[in-house]
Design a protein around this ligand. Structure first.
Ligand SMILES: [Fe+2]
Length: 206
């Protein structure tokens, strides 16, 4: 119910499957129509559209989908619950809060170049639509510290084959990318997060 945790040194990812992503399919259909893939890692004919203002483009304010507040609450909980279950939720944190959301749609040949989401702390991807054959592997570079490079060379690159409803949660520093997909449409919904701090730690991030 809370998925699987895979670790390597300080790095971790959680993989789980959601039964129903109709709320996400709905917001995808309402995403701002402007394509920002030229400014991102989405390549090979992908379309990248934002739900929230893009951090690197402060003047860009998209119109939020009508159920945005509910979706935001739902997925803050979905992801926080799984991080707590797998003991990767920092003890200083009180609550996860979403900082950005976007969607990427691709067809045959589209992919993402290797990148990380350094501005935030927790990242996630949820697949709402996946081609039947050759859905395009997502890979994670798990050896981003010396410890794991020395002691876990066999786990350096983790490949995950996407399925509809799959959710992947990972720290934002973790380098990842996707291999070119086959024929058919692949759609992801992506959310990044930070955490508010417990009062006793004397700092608040929102
Ligand atoms: Fe990414």
């Amino acid at each position: 119910m809370s998925g699987e945790l895979i670790t390597c040194g300080n790095n971790w990812i959680i993989i789980d499957k959601l039964d129903n992503v109709s709320d996400l399919e709905e917001i995808v259909s309402e995403a701002d129509p402007r394509d920002y893939s030229d400014y991102t890692t989405a390549s090979g004919g992908s379309f990248q559209r934002y739900f929230t203002p893009a951090g690197w483009s402060p003047d860009y304010i998209p119109k939020l989908p009508k159920n945005w507040d509910t979706v935001k609450d739902t997925y803050e909980n979905v992801i926080q619950k799984r991080m707590i279950y797998h003991a990767v939720f920092p003890f200083e944190w009180h609550k996860l809060y979403m900082t950005s959301g976007w969607t990427v749609t691709g067809d045959k040949g589209s992919y993402h170049t290797p990148h990380e989401h350094g501005r935030d702390y927790v990242s996630s991807v949820i697949y709402t639509e996946v081609p039947e054959k050759d859905p395009g592997v997502i890979y994670f570079v798990m050896h981003s510290d010396n410890y794991s490079l020395l002691y876990h060379p066999q786990k350096r690159l983790l490949h995950v084959l996407p399925e509809k409803g799959m959710i992947i949660i990972f720290p934002s520093w973790l380098i990842h990318g996707t291999l070119p997909q086959g024929e058919g449409k692949r759609t992801t919904v992506n959310f990044d997060f930070r955490g508010t701090y417990h009062e006793e730690y004397g700092q608040f991030s929102s």
